[in-house]
Design a protein around this ligand. Structure first.
Ligand SMILES: [Zn+2]
Length: 692
């Protein structure tokens, strides 16, 4: 059941904050109810759905005008603010109804031309539907239950059964002018209805007040949920979630699939170094149950519950059955090839039809899958970056719920590929193609060990700023939490001790679970032990070797295994140390394993080079961090009889070297496409530690 979350005190707060203008107060009520709607994922997901209200305002001449505030594109209902509901002059919008036809470009242009504030975002593509309805408040959702209803073969009859005359039914038409016109005609013939059910699309509910419109939206949706429950005998539950247990299958299959799709991207773009996608795995209880069905192959061919989804997930998932998975790389590769061939045919046929009808041309989007159903693994969103992959998974999970509920109640039969093509290749979306360059590390998965420390976090930040998705590994949970909150959404991590023979594999499995694979390992974690070698006990030295050498080796080894499964190269970056080449007094326990790591870097570069894996590192010195904390700096400075700043700037260029400079050097190495077996010094200049 969807909870009705209306609260008088909350409403009051929004209204009070809006000031004394009655129009602003009504808009505040719309903002409040839009958020209530947007925050419930069973009502809307990821920018889906839209809301509006009609108010009276004064124009610049002081004349009273009718204004429609309607959701602007790029805003999410769950977090919307007043500027996210731009005002448009209502009268001119309503006059459009007299036209016989209106192109999407002309519609958008006309809507922009009638904005009250020229800097507002584009009003929703469903603006005219809001404008043509007479109600003060209109809300539109793609609620899961409503989608199950909207995709039933006998949806119209079921709407009559559930709602009597309270809801009118609108046949499927692509969002835009034509849909608005037809919906308004249907409303005019049924002026007492409280809402509309749009076949294969979603739900509208309206009212004279924000409260009435919201109450109806929730009530209608719950009436459908009740019906679904009674008809199917089961409670419709939303899918999603991720099981904390990692399956061996997902660890094996996701990097393989990631590499295969990377190969497909390379073939499609003609760029050998084309990026691999980022993946988002969902394998929660409901999804596992879904995978127990015996009609998965059939259902995988049904399509998306509402046209909005097609842009994120394509119409069909890549379906990998257990039998296919048993065939290994060759079988998965063939399944991807078949998917691409079918998608290409779909594009060619529909683009030709479009050209015959309108004379227009379409440009094919990447034909690779954006979603996979993998038996024994789960559903997997596949996109250019982690955020988009997660959205694809959310929509796919919703689709799965609507599909299950629909199938249990008469059948799930969404709109066919021909009509969906018009949505997927909507002219306004096509116009955006090729505009703007993605950030250089978009979709690159970068693991940083010791990612919660000074250098690790600075490095993670630097990569994240360039679009990478970070996987942070740190010994301490609080350091990890801090790093992830600094980095924001789209990143992941694990708190663990990185010493131990299976640590690398465990970290890789967690990273695969999060993103599907790995592109760059920054093997950064380290700690210093000191003491003169002639007096040092072996236990201390061994401890240092565990962290400052063996952890580098086990992580490199585990990363190399992921790179090998992906088959598209990769990178390892080591945080070595100037100690590796220039011993400091009493620093042997630290420098000797670092010297071994320095050699490891060259050995790995030699051995992994032929498979396209580059291995580089940094020799840094005198960076304020966990290794060199304030007390240590002060002690060192005192020992030399100089002040702290002079000590920190004790290098050729007389400037302190900071963690961010090390981070920049890691990024520089990551970008240097033909550099391997290289160690870059980041120490402000130290001739004794300079490499030959
Ligand atoms: Zn819609």
């Amino acid at each position: 059941m969807i909870q009705n979350k209306w609260d008088d005190a909350d409403e009051r707060r929004f209204v009070d904050a809006a000031g004394s203008d009655p129009a602003d107060q009504e808009l505040a009520r719309r903002v409040y109810t839009s958020r209530l709607i947007g925050q419930d994922h069973d009502l809307v997901l990821h920018g889906g759905g839209n809301t509006s209200c009609k108010v009276k305002r004064r124009d610049i001449f002081g004349n009273e005008i009718d204004v429609l505030h309607v959701k602007g594109s790029g805003w999410d209902l769950g977090a919307i603010q007043a500027p996210g509901l731009p005002g448009v002059c209502l009268k001119p919008l309503q006059e459009l109804r007299a036209l016989g036809a209106l192109s999407d470009e002309d519609m958008v242009n006309f809507q922009r031309g009638n904005l009250l504030d020229s800097t507002s975002p584009n009003p929703s593509v469903e603006t005219l539907l809001h404008a043509f309805l007479p109600h003060t408040f209109v809300g539109h959702t793609h609620a899961t239950a409503m989608l199950a209803l909207a995709d039933l073969p006998n949806a119209k009859a079921v709407v009559g059964e559930i709602f009597g005359n309270r809801l009118a039914v609108v046949p499927f038409i692509m969002p835009g002018f034509e849909l608005a016109k037809v919906a308004a005609e249907i409303f005019d013939n049924n002026p007492d209805v409280e809402g509309l059910l749009l076949i294969n699309h979603g739900h509208f509910a309206f009212g004279d007040s924000a409260r009435q419109s919201y109450d109806r939206l929730i009530e209608h949706t719950n009436m459908v949920e009740d019906w679904l429950e009674i008809t199917s005998g089961a409670v419709p539950k939303s899918a999603g979630g991720r099981s904390p247990e990692m399956t061996a299958e997902s660890t094996d299959i996701l990097p393989l699939l990631r590499g295969i799709i990377g190969d497909a991207n390379a073939a499609f773009s003609g760029d050998r170094d084309a990026k691999m996608p980022v993946m988002n795995l969902r394998n929660g209880e409901n999804i596992q149950q879904f995978f127990e069905r015996n009609d998965l192959a059939v259902l995988s061919r049904r399509g998306v519950a509402t046209p909005d989804h097609v842009i994120r997930t394509k119409n069909y998932p890549l379906y990998l059955s257990s039998e296919m998975l048993a065939g290994g790389r060759a079988a998965i590769s063939k399944a991807v090839d078949d998917f691409i061939a079918e998608y290409t045919t779909y594009f060619t046929l529909n683009a030709a039809r479009f050209k015959a009808e309108t004379g227009g041309e379409k440009t094919m989007l990447s034909p690779a899958p954006n979603l996979a159903w993998i038996e024994g693994v789960g559903i997997v969103g596949i996109s250019a970056d982690a955020k988009a992959a997660s959205i694809a998974s959310d929509l796919a999970a919703q689709n799965m719920t609507a599909m299950t509920n629909g199938e249990d109640c008469g059948g799930f039969h969404p709109v066919g590929p021909e009509k969906l093509f018009d949505m997927e290749y909507w002219s306004l979306e096509q116009a955006k193609l090729g505009k703007g360059t993605p950030p250089p590390f978009q979709g690159r998965v970068v693991m940083v060990t010791g990612g919660g420390g000074a250098i690790g976090l600075a490095t993670a930040r630097e990569f994240a700023a360039l679009g990478a998705n970070l996987f942070i590994v740190d010994l301490k949970q609080d350091a990890l939490d801090h790093a992830l909150s600094e980095l924001g959404k789209g990143h992941g991590g694990i708190a663990m001790d990185i010493t131990g023979d299976d640590a690398g594999e465990r970290a890789m499995a967690a990273c695969i679970q999060e993103f599907g694979g790995l592109d760059i390992l920054v093997s950064n974690a380290g700690a210093a032990w000191s003491g003169e070698m002639a007096k040092l006990d072996n236990t201390t030295l061994r401890k240092s070797f565990e962290l400052n050498f063996f952890a580098h080796q086990t992580f490199a080894k585990a990363a190399a295994a992921v790179f090998s499964a992906q088959g598209r190269g990769g990178q390892i970056l080591f945080n070595v140390s100037k100690q590796a080449v220039n011993p400091g007094r009493s620093m042997g326990a630290y420098g000797i394993p670092k010297a071994a790591t320095f050699f490891l870097l060259r050995q790995l570069a030699l051995e992994l080079g032929p498979s396209g894996v580059r291995v580089n590192g940094i020799n840094a010195d005198r960076i304020r961090s966990g290794l060199l904390d304030d007390a240590f700096v002060s002690e060192r400075a005192k020992a030399r009889g100089i002040d702290e700043n002079t000590y920190m700037a004790g290098n050729l260029i007389r400037r302190e070297v900071e963690a961010k400079h090390v981070a920049q050097a890691f990024v520089t190495l990551a970008k240097s496409e033909r550099t391997t077996a290289h160690v870059m010094t980041v120490d402000g200049g130290n001739i004794e530690a300079a490499l030959r």
